[in-house]
Design a protein around this ligand. Structure first.
Ligand code: ADP
Length: 241
């Protein structure tokens, strides 16, 4: 019956998520463990000891960061909603992404107008960093990363475009599904899943347009009215002021 199919699909999503989590978190833990094992050697010179110790700490930090990312799936609804202009967050993200664009020979173009929203700054930043990083990675041989922001009476909108390799319709439709990655060389496809979930948690919508060989445009649309959230019921109430 339909119900059983739906449940099976849900379970499959859960299996994928659990497998992806295990896959991602295992690596830094294994590396960290290796470093700690090396440290048990008494004859190790101090400089090596310091080197292994700091490597072990950075692996533990990496594992911690992955765990934090996964907690987002469990709790996408923000309890830290504040009103801010997306322009400031975009600028911050561009400063973080700039070293990556320099290495990849990517030029950044911006056209930023005020776009106020009610959201969680840290979560927006995570989304923007991820989308921009994907965009830069799609431009192996250089290109242009364009970021625009503007508002309409109803919405605040961000558009992130790249002139990279682009995606097919099928590739776009599977984006945001766990364990899906077009390039098998890296990742688990969880990045966009996190982005979709976070944007949705802030009442936003994500739209992706892409053409193979031409590039990709990611549009995020947030309502610009103030939203009040009832933390216990997860029911959002609209509050216009
Ligand atoms: P991953 O961690 O594997 O990058 P994502 O969910 O962020 O996971 O993306 C899944 C895949 O979708 C990427 O590996 C990449 O192949 C493709 N992709 C995402 N964004 C773009 C883009 N702007 N242009 C081309 N391909 C993209």
């Amino acid at each position: 019956t339909q119900k059983i199919v739906a449940n099976a699909e849900k379970m499959e999503g859960l299996y994928h998520l659990a497998a992806a989590f295990g896959h991602e978190v295992r690596q830094p833990i294994t590396t960290g463990k290796g470093m700690l094992q090396l440290l048990s050697d008494d004859s190790l010179p101090t400089d090596k000891r310091i080197e292994f110790l700091s490597a072990a700490i950075s692996e533990v930090n990496r594992a911690e960061k992955i765990i934090q990312d996964y907690q987002v799936f469990a709790q996408p609804y923000s309890n830290k909603l504040e009103r801010f202009d997306l322009v400031n967050e975009i600028q911050k993200v561009l400063n973080l992404v700039e070293p990556l664009t320099n290495v990849s020979n990517v030029q950044i173009n911006t056209n930023l107008s005020s776009a106020w929203i009610n959201g969680d700054k840290a979560k927006i930043e995570r989304c923007l960093i991820h989308i921009c990083t994907n965009a830069v990675e799609a431009m192996d041989t250089g290109g242009i990363l364009t970021i625009q922001s503007f508002s309409t009476t109803e919405n605040s909108i961000i558009e992130i475009s790249d002139t990279g390799i682009g995606m097919t319709k099928k590739q776009i439709s599977t984006l945001g599904e766990p364990l899906y990655s077009l390039s098998s060389r890296k990742g688990t496809g969880l990045g966009m899943m996190m982005v979709f979930r976070l944007v949705e948690g802030m009442k936003g919508k994500l739209e992706i347009q892409s053409k193979v060989g031409e590039g990709t445009k990611v549009t995020i649309v947030f309502p610009n009215k103030k939203l009040l959230k009832d933390a216990h019921t997860h029911i959002d109430k609209e509050f216009v002021y």
